[in-house]
Design a binder for this molecule. Structure first.
Ligand SMILES: [Zn+2]
Length: 298
């Protein structure tokens, strides 16, 4: 069921422990610094978790505190506000044309990009969310991994991967495949947790992204992400910490995972709901994820 893997960035098999969560070992490569889960579930088992439940469930699943999304669909408006900002930045770096969103989930980003004049295609491994995107939003979404789908070479102007690369079995191979299907000078934009961020370093094994150990198998820092992109023949244009729009209520609930005194944050969360402030929108930059913009080298 479990397999041992070598470092996906440099190929070494030389690690030092970082954290142990729910029986899984998170290690750091001594040669290049890449952080990953080792040993880990085989690929077939990793794929099995992206069911409907992944996008809509209550509380603890499979004994894990953190897993998937509480209710992705109910958060549609906030997700779209966040996506609109990202698309604006993309439009500063890329000419409007054909866009592929890898791991497009229910298609909210594609729907937005299409409304702004982009020609859009999505890929998704979860048949629940892929079908949602197709049937409810009428989007061109293909089911499968990027490698299985074999898109034609040099056919996209932009490829996006929101919170995807940390789930992928072979991220280096994935980036090379992205390079192959991008036009010369095309743009890749991705978001992934930043293991080098101050929050990650302070929280250690309490860091939420580590606790998602069944779905997250790689943890990049700005340095390891830049190095992997360089080796896949991309030039990094910009890296910044990713912000996100939340409702105040759910944001207060999540706060308890980041503090040592759950009583105080629970009481504060209750107060927010009682005062009817839970649906107020706030823009938070938790400084734990990075947004990367990189250009394919010609
Ligand atoms: Zn390495």
């Amino acid at each position: 069921m479990l397999e041992r893997v070598r470092c996906n960035l440099c190929g070494a098999d030389d690690t030092t422990p970082v954290a142990e969560i729910d029986g899984f070992h998170i290690v750091r490569c001594r040669q290049c610094g890449l952080v990953y889960v080792n040993p880990r579930y085989r690929e077939e088992l990793l794929q099995e978790i992206y069911t409907e439940e992944y996008f809509d469930h209550d509380g603890i699943k499979n004994g894990l505190e953190f897993f998937g999304y509480d209710d992705y669909l109910a958060d549609e408006e906030n997700i779209k506000i966040t996506f609109a900002k990202r698309l604006k930045t993309i439009e500063r770096y890329a000419r409007k044309g054909r866009l592929l969103d890898i791991g497009c989930a229910t298609g909210f980003f594609l729907d937005l990009a299409r409304s702004k004049g982009w020609e859009v295609v999505g890929s998704e491994v979860s048949s629940f969310s892929g079908h949602y995107a197709r049937e409810r939003l009428g989007l061109d979404v293909r089911l499968g991994t990027l490698k299985e789908l074999r898109f034609d070479p040099q056919t996209f102007d932009v490829v996006t991967m929101w919170d995807v690369i940390e789930h992928v079995v072979d991220p280096m191979g994935e980036l090379r495949e992205v390079r192959r299907i991008l036009r010369d000078g095309g743009l890749l934009s991705l978001i992934t947790p930043d293991v080098g961020s101050l929050v990650a370093r302070i929280l250690g094994s309490r860091w939420e992204e580590f606790r998602r150990v069944r779905e997250h198998i790689y943890f990049f820092s700005r340095r390891t992400m830049t190095e992997m992109l360089r080796r896949a023949d991309f030039e990094v244009l910009r890296i910044e910490s990713a912000d996100k729009v939340f409702y105040l209520g759910p944001a207060m609930h999540r706060l308890k995972y980041y503090t040592w005194d759950g009583m105080i944050t629970n009481a504060a969360a209750k107060l927010v709901y009682r005062l009817g402030l839970d649906k107020i929108r706030i823009n938070i930059n938790p400084l734990t994820k990075m947004t990367v913009y990189a250009r394919k080298r010609g």
